[in-house]
Design a protein around this ligand. Structure first.
Ligand code: TXA
Ligand code: MG
Length: 343
């Protein structure tokens, strides 16, 4: 398939909107990660997204809107808490799970009775939606790979697979949107992201965090969000998460230095590490760490690393989103560090 490379100019967005209206698929920038978009109300077009990504058919997609008036096409029930969240965080990196209207083809939601809705803040995504329609769009990576946060990443994964790719530069947030379901009471966080659990509670009161955010699903356990059950964000290299303070992290990594060993670390640790490393950002700057994470996971493979030791972030604020992606990239391999473990 020929893949057109487009810019965010008005002329190019019009071309992209035309491709969407004809049932094509277009990779578009958003403020979180790049998405692979199709007309959300055209089941045949949406099918192409699953094929291009190699995405399992039971993993539902998020529908992106650019005007609150589009909500009525997607759900018949937009409760008060959803309205409060929309006022506080839309446009922005928040996805809400609501009852699915019969107008949304079942394939979008992998047959679930619900639909995931997000209003992105990226101007190019908004313009594309306004000139076409609500867009179903998962992250624009090949299924299982780290989500694309730069034009180069999305080109690597989607050249020859999408009708067009829009170059919007680097994504500002760098991890995917926060996903919250409003079908449970209290509402439940299914995927942490740029909007934190603390921020959500400030607006609507109690919000629970689904247990599967930080641990693997148990044998036979049905996930609240199908995406939870798949291995995600994984580079080819084996990622091992090390949980502990800076001194213990540095000592453990240096004790395990060797061919093909690298580290994802805090900026403060780089000078002390005796293996090749990539700093995600200062220990205190979790927004920066979120922004760098996916590029670093891809970078580990580009550098030919076979084993990657990553320093576990705190599980609060945006740190929870970073932890959630890292622990999945690591296949839930976490080593708690105490002095006695460093041999
Ligand atoms: O920031 C984002 O959310 C990006 C950009 C492109 O908007 N999109 C994204 O989509 O991350 P995707 O498909 O990679 O992740 C969507 C997640 C999956 O874990 C999926 O299982 C979950 O949301 N999801 C979608 N619809 C759902 C539903 N109806 N019920 C429960 N989980 C749902
Ligand atoms: Mg994804």
């Amino acid at each position: 398939m020929e893949t057109k490379l487009l810019t965010t100019s008005a002329k190019d967005i019009a071309i992209a909107a035309g491709l969407i209206r004809q049932g094509g698929i277009v990779a578009m920038p958003t403020e979180t990660v790049y998405g692979l978009a199709a007309d959300a109300l055209n089941g045949e077009a949406v099918k192409k997204i699953f094929a291009a990504k190699g995405r399992p058919a039971d993993n539902p997609l998020i529908v992106h809107i650019a005007d609150l008036s589009q909500i009525g096409e997607l759900t018949d029930d937009f409760p008060e808490k959803a309205r409060f969240l929309a006022e506080a965080f839309w446009p922005g990196p928040l996805t809400m799970i609501l009852p699915r209207s019969s107008r949304v083809p079942p394939i979008v939601s992998a047959g679930l009775p619900t639909v995931a809705i997000r209003f992105p803040s990226h101007p190019a995504a908004q313009r594309l939606i306004r000139e076409s329609c609500p867009l179903a769009a998962p992250s624009a990576n090949l299924s299982g790979s780290p989500s694309p946060t730069t034009f180069r990443h999305v080109r690597e994964d989607m050249m020859g697979r999408a009708d067009a790719i829009i170059d919007g530069g680097d994504c500002a947030v760098g991890v995917e949107s926060t996903v919250i379901t409003l079908l449970s009471d209290p509402p439940r966080l299914l995927r942490p992201g740029g909007i934190t659990a603390e921020q959500l509670r400030d607006v609507i009161g109690p919000v629970t965090v689904d247990e599967a955010v930080c641990r693997p699903l148990r044998e036979g356990e049905a996930p609240a969000s199908p995406g939870m059950k798949y291995k995600h964000y994984a580079p080819c290299a084996q990622v091992i998460l090390l949980q502990g303070g800076e001194d213990d992290f540095v000592a453990y990594v240096n004790a395990h230095a060797g061919d093909g060993v690298g580290a994802l670390c805090d900026s403060e640790e780089t000078a002390r590490l005796q293996v090749p490393c990539m700093a995600l950002g200062p220990a205190e700057d979790l927004e920066k760490q979120a922004h760098e994470l996916f590029a670093a996971l891809r970078g580990a493979d580009e550098r030919g690393w076979k084993t990657v030791y990553a320093h576990c972030p705190p599980q609060t604020g945006v740190g929870l989103a970073v932890y959630n992606r890292m622990v999945r990239a690591a296949g839930f391999c976490v080593i708690p560090l105490g002095k006695e473990e460093v041999v």
